[in-house]
Design a protein around this ligand. Sequence first.
Ligand SMILES: [Zn+2]
Length: 283
Amino acid sequence: MEQYGMSFGFREPYQVLVDSEIIKDADKFKMDLVGGLERTLHGQVKPMITQCSMRHLYAAASEPGVSYLIDKAKTYERRRCDHRPEDFPEPLSNKECLASVVDPKGNKTNKHCYVIASQDLELRKHMRGVMGVPLVYINRSVMIMEPMASATAQNRAREERGKFRAGLKRGSGSLKRKRDDEEGEKDGEEAGDDDAAPKKKWKAKGPKQPNPLAVKKAKKKPEDGTSAAAAGKESKKGPATEGSGLDASEPGTKRKRRRKHSKPVGETESVAAVPVAVAVDDE
Ligand SMILES: [Zn+2]
């Protein structure tokens, strides 16, 4: 019940809707129903019985011992289900009646935090589909509370995960940062999208842009050509200086031969090297 308290706000005294059959079975097994419920639920209970369940007991009044049970049931709080005899000549089944009392709108919630104590298998099966309904029954003189139903457990797990995430968000800034980063990324993506439209425009303009680039390249090529031509001139000059250098000294002739070999590989290198050699010679 601690779990139901934390997850669904169950508080003592727990409101337990007992059906007519569990009252009879408790008596059959000589059990104290309310005492058993308090031991099973680990807390104070407020036993309640619907008008329909009460009518089932009255209908069985002729059976031995039932009149005593009726007197006992009269001490329980009567839960008005509004299934009045004038509208319902026959009382609703425990299943139909309790289902309508626990979840009148059929939205699978147990708004009033009822515990169901019923011997009706179908009723308990139905209630497992409603969130947060503790289910109690008697099996061979033993009162049993069903494990939290899967729908309830799943909801509880979901809530706990939510709390865990909330705690993480509050606790550490790193997640916030991550979140901010994610938002930043989103912003970036959005910005990217904004850029994407201009990019499309750029693509549209694209054919025009490559032309200027091509023009520049064309300019560069002529420049390269002129530089190459200049290099050629230099290279032409080079041999002249070389020639002068070579004329100055005999070792130069050997260099000249080497440079002639090296010229095809890279003229500018030889050109650069030669004036230095010449300068050295001049000094
Ligand atoms: Zn009813």
